[in-house]
Design a protein around this ligand. Structure first.
Ligand SMILES: C[S@@+](CC[C@H](N)C(=O)[O-])C[C@H]1O[C@@H](n2cnc3c(N)ncnc32)[C@H](O)[C@@H]1O
Length: 214
């Protein structure tokens, strides 16, 4: 039997492929979504204000974050077919008043400066050709005292078994792209190049996150 793969050529997706991507993320990565949101609530309390989820995919993470926070979340996605599935997921969950889908590019965020209290990007960092530019944008759009959270961690509440299964599937699906999540060295360099000094790397067995404070 061929090894299972989650579609990872986002720009190639047609509507059917985008629905398949959504189904596979739900079937395989929900423990990471739940665990990461739990970690955020544990570390930051109940988040409120304006949130942005960059590279939100089909908004599965944004929905979970919305249910455990008071944020109004702008869920930004670059690929039209994926964005359209995000729109229907948000509608089906009855969350159109709390999650605003945005078709846009992380390189040129369609938001005013100092707009957001909390910016998260989960599992999209490996796609960014110009990582420095995206971090410049994140920093520009963050409010003073705002928090940015970027990475591909699975969240510290996953079991070892879940972690190994999801990590293997992620690495097999992303191929070369998975290297971006194997060590935080590059992300540290990128953030330093932008001139952001108030940041730290949260590195644990379930994967690293870069936390930026403005
Ligand atoms: C692996 S998916 C992660 C989806 C979601 N964040 C999650 O945690 O399930 C990466 C997503 O980032 C999107 N993406 C990649 N580069 C982007 C960019 N420059 N601007 C906006 N979205 C982007 C892709 O189209 C894809 O939907």
């Amino acid at each position: 039997m061929p090894e299972k793969n989650v579609p990872a050529d986002y720009s190639e997706m047609d509507p059917l492929e985008a629905k398949r991507f959504d189904k596979m993320v739900r079937e395989n990565f929900m423990p990471a979504v739940i665990s990461t949101v739990k970690q955020l609530v544990e570390d930051y309390g109940v988040l409120e204000g304006i949130g942005i989820d960059i590279g939100c995919g089909t908004a599965i993470f944004a929905v979970e974050l919305c249910r455990h926070s008071k944020l109004k979340i702008h869920a930004l996605e670059k690929e039209k077919a994926i964005y359209q599935v995000a729109c229907s997921n948000i509608e089906n969950e009855g969350l159109t008043d709390r999650i605003i889908p945005v078709l846009g590019d992380a390189n040129d965020l369609p938001f005013d400066s100092e707009f957001a209290d909390f910016i998260i990007s989960r599992g999209a960092y490996h796609c960014w050709e110009d990582k420095v530019q995206v971090f410049k944008e994140i920093y520009r759009v963050l409010k003073k005292e705002g928090i940015g959270f970027v990475g591909g961690g699975f969240g510290r509440y996953v079991t070892e078994e879940e972690l190994n299964r999801m990590k293997n599937l992620r690495d097999h699906s992303l191929k070369e792209g998975a290297k971006a999540y194997s060590s935080p060295e590059t992300i540290k360099e990128v953030i330093s190049k932008v001139g952001i000094s108030n940041f730290c790397i949260l590195d644990d067995p379930a994967g690293y996150w870069a936390e930026i404070k403005k």
